[in-house]
Design a protein around this ligand. Sequence first.
Ligand code: NAD
Length: 268
Amino acid sequence: MKRDNPDLSSAHPRSALAGLFDLTGKVAIVTGCNTGLGAAMAIALAAAGCDIVGGNRSEAAATSARVEAAGRRFVDVRADLSTLEPIERLVTGAVEAFGRVDILVNNAGLIRRCDALDFTEADWDAVIDVNLKSVFFLSQAVARQMLGQGSGGKIVNVASMLSFQGGIRVPSYTASKSGVLGLTRLLANEWAGRDINVNAIAPGYMETDNTAPLREDTQRSGEIVKRIPAGRWGVPEDLAGAVVFLASRASDYVHGHTLAVDGGWLAR
Ligand code: NAD
C-alpha cells in the first residue's frame, strides 16, 4: 500500500515538497460548488491541477469560469442530492468526461433553524438526506469506482463545529454533522487499507449564504467573533490549503481525521 515518497534530500527538496501537493491530471467531484465553501474548494483544487466535476442543483457558471481560468476543465452534472437519484449519474458523468475519479469532496449541505420543541419531520429529513445519507451513498459509489481504477483516492467530507459541539436550534444539522464525523472514521477504517483516504474538514464560522441569517443578527454575530481567537469570521478561501492537503499525496498517511479550520474556535 505504500506509495512513492518524494526525495526530500534531493538537490531540489522544495520542488519535491511542492510535488506532494500537486494534483495535475487528477479528477475531483465537488458537490454544491456553485457557491460558498464548495466554490472556493473547487477553485483551489483546480489551481492545484484538478479537472472538476460539479454536482449542483443549478448552474455553476462563476465556478466554471474560475476553474477554466486556472487552465482546467469543468463539467457540470445537475444533481439534487436530497435523493439518491443523481449518485450514479455523478460518477458516470465524471468517468464519461474525464475517464476517472480521484477525489470526492462531499460539500453540499443545508441547515434548518427552529427550537427543538417545534422542529418538524420535514426539517429533520431535508437536512439528514443531503448532509448525511447522500454523503454516504456518494462516497460508496465513488469508492467502488476508485477501487475499480486501482490507484486509490481521496474523500474529503465537510463536517462542522457541530460535529464537536451541540449547537442550538439546529437539531438535524447537529445530528448530521456529528454523523459525518463518525462516518469519516468508519469509512477510513474500512478503506484506509485499500489506498482510499477518508478525512473531513470542519469549517468554523464562515461567511457564506449558509450563515447569512446568523451574521444579520448583529448581537449573535458579535458574540461569535468575540469567541473566535483569530478575531474574525472565516472566508471560503480559508479552506483552500486544507482541501488541497487532504486531496493530495501530502496526506497519504492521514486517515479518519476531521481537521478544524476554525480560527481557533475549538481551542477555547
Ligand atoms: P451555501 O449555502 O453557500 O452552500 C451550500 C451548497 O450546498 C450550495 O451549493 C447548495 O446548492 C448545496 N446544496 C444544498 N442542498 C442541496 C441539494 N439538495 N442538492 C445539491 N446541492 C445542495 O453554504 P456553505 O456555507 O458554503 O456550505 C457548504 C458546506 O459547508 C455545507 O455542508 C455546510 O453545512 C458546511 N459548513 C458551513 C459552515 C459555514 O460557516 N458557512 C460551517 C461549517 C460547515
